[in-house]
Design a protein around this ligand. Structure first.
Ligand code: GLY
Length: 400
C-alpha cells in the first residue's frame, strides 16, 4: 500500500511534468479544504448555544463530547476556525473564530494556574487570530499568555515544568513532557514581538536540555523526563500516555518532530536540523504501509492495535515546514513525499469522518492507558490536518 501510494504520487507527478506543469496536487488540496469547511459548519450547528468547545467523538458516537475553556485542547477549535476562514474568507466563520478565541481570555486570570498547555491554548487561537487580523489586542493577549507560560521555567533544570499537578500526584518533582516542545513557539514568538527577550533563552535552553536528556540513542523519545529540583539533574524517563517507559509513543515522537523543526526555524542552529532529521528518520522508518502510525510503535498488539491519525497530521504539518528549511535537497524531497503520503492517507475514506460524524478525521488515540479517546475523532487531529493542508496549499499555490 505504502509503495502503491508512492507510485501513484510519482506517476501523477510524471504525467503533470510531461504535460508541462511543475508539480502535482496529488492530494486534491482544494477538495480536502472544502470538505473541512463542510465539517466545520456541521460542528458549528451542533455546538451552537452550548457555550462549550468540541473535543472528541468516540468510535461509535456521532456527536462531540464538549469541554470548557480550561481543557488543554481549548485552543484547537478556534484555531480550526481561523484556518477555515483563511481558506474560505467566509465572514461568518471569522465571526465564530473571534467569538471562540475571545472566550479564552479568562485563562489569563491569576486564579487560573494553568500549565505548559497555555502555549497550545493561546498560540493556536490568538496566534492565528493575530496572524490573520493584525489586531493589537490579540498581540497583547499573546504577550500576557507567554509571560504566564514563562512562569513554569525552572532555571536550575533549564526546562519548563509541564504538569504542576503531577509534582505531588506522581512524585515527579520537575517533570517535562515532550508535548511541551510545541509550547516553545509562543515563547519564541513573544521574544521577537515585544516580550521579554529572556523568553528566547528559556525556549532554547528547554530545547537543548530536552535534546540531551529525553531521547534514547536511536532518536526515540521518552514521554516524560523527571529532573531533580535541587541539583537540576535528569533522574529518569518515563511514560504517561505510551505503552511503557521505553516504548516509542507515536504522538510524543510527533511532537518532537514538529517541535524541533520550529526550534531550528527560530535558532538557525544546524545541530537542531541534524537532530530533527534523526528523530524524523526513525519515525518514518518504523511507519506502517499507509503512513499512519499505530498509537505506540512498540505495542505488541500491532497490527491489532489502534492507530493515531493525530500523530500523522502533526508530523505532516511539521514536515511541510521542515522541507522548506532543509539544506539537504535529498532529505527535502523525501520528507515532502512522506508528508504528501500522510495527507493522501488521511484524506481517504478510511480516515476522513465524512457522514459518520462532524469532525474531519477518524482513528486517533488520545490516552490508551487512561482508557479514553481510543480510536476516536479528536480536535487536535483536525487542527493539524487543516494546518497541514493549508501549508501544502501555500507551497503548491499554483493549484489555488
Ligand atoms: N498533550 C497531550 C497529548 O498529546 O495527548
Amino acid at each position: 500500500m505504502k509503495r502503491l501510494v508512492s507510485y501513484i504520487v510519482i506517476g501523477v507527478g510524471v504525467l503533470l511534468l510531461l504535460s508541462g506543469l511543475k508539480d502535482t496536487d496529488a492530494i486534491g488540496v482544494k477538495k480536502q479544504l472544502s470538505y473541512c469547511d463542510i465539517q466545520v459548519k456541521k460542528t458549528l450547528g451542533k455546538i451552537k448555544g452550548s457555550g462549550l468547545l468540541p473535543r472528541c467523538i468516540d468510535t461509535n458516537a456521532t456527536d462531540w463530547y464538549k469541554t470548557d475553556i480550561y481543557d488543554w485542547t481549548s485552543g484547537f477549535w478556534p484555531g480550526i476556525l481561523w484556518y477555515d476562514y483563511e481558506n474560505t474568507k467566509d465572514e461568518k466563520v471569522k465571526e465564530e473564530a473571534i467569538r471562540y478565541t475571545e472566550a479564552l481570555i479568562p485563562l489569563l486570570k491569576p486564579d487560573h494556574q494553568g500549565d505548559h498547555d497555555l502555549g497550545f491554548q493561546f498560540y493556536c487561537s490568538f496566534g492565528n487570530a493575530y496572524r490573520l487580523t493584525g489586531n493589537e489586542k490579540y498581540k497583547q493577549i499573546l504577550l500576557k499568555g507567554a509571560d504566564k507560560l514563562s512562569g513554569f521555567y525552572n532555571p536550575k533544570v533549564g526546562t519548563m515544568l509541564s504538569w504542576p499537578g503531577m509534582v505531588a500526584e506522581m512524585n515527579w518533582p520537575h517533570n517535562t513532557i515532550m508535548d511541551n516542545m510545541m509550547n516553545l513557539e509562543l515563547l519564541f514568538w513573544a521574544a521577537k514581538n515585544g516580550g521579554n527577550k529572556k523568553y528566547y533563552d528559556m525556549a532554547v535552553s528547554h530545547a537543548k536540555v530536552t535534546m540531551e536528556n529525553q531521547f534514547r540513542p536511536d532518536g526515540s523519545c521518552y514521554h516524560v523526563a523527571i529532573y531533580d529540583t535541587i541539583t537540576g539533574r535528569f533522574l529518569k524517563g518515563v511514560t504517561n500516555q505510551g505503552y511503557d517507559d521505553n516504548s516509542m509513543w507515536a504522538r510524543g515522537q510527533a511532537w518532537a518532530i514538529y517541535g524541533y523543526t520550529l526550534v531550528y526555524r527560530e535558532t538557525g542552529s544546524k545541530k537542531y536540523l541534524r537532530f530533527v532529521e534523526k528523530v524524523t528518520d526513525l519515525y518514518l522508518k518504523r511507519l506502517p504501509e499507509d503512513f499512519i502510525p499505530y498509537w505506540d510503535f512498540d505495542d505488541p498488539a500491532i497490527p491489532n492495535a489502534p492507530k493515531d491519525a493525530s500523530s500523522a497530521a502533526i508530523v505532516a504539518s511539521g514536515l511541510l515546514e521542515l522541507v522548506q528549511l532543509e539544506d539537504n535537497k535529498q532529505k527535502a524531497k523525501q520528507y515532502k513525499e512522506a508528508a504528501i503520503n500522510m495527507l493522501y492517507s488521511l484524506s481517504s475514506d478510511k480516515y476522513q469522518s465524512r457522514d459518520k460524524n462532524p469532525s474531519f478525521l477518524l482513528h486517533s488515540t488520545g490516552n490508551l492507558p487512561g482508557g479514553y479517546e481510543i480510536d476516536a475523532s479528536i480536535n487536535y487531529a483536525d487542527y493539524y490536518y487543516i494546518e497541514a493542508l493549508t501549508r501544502y496549499k501555500k507551497m503548491e499555490n499554483k493549484f489555488n
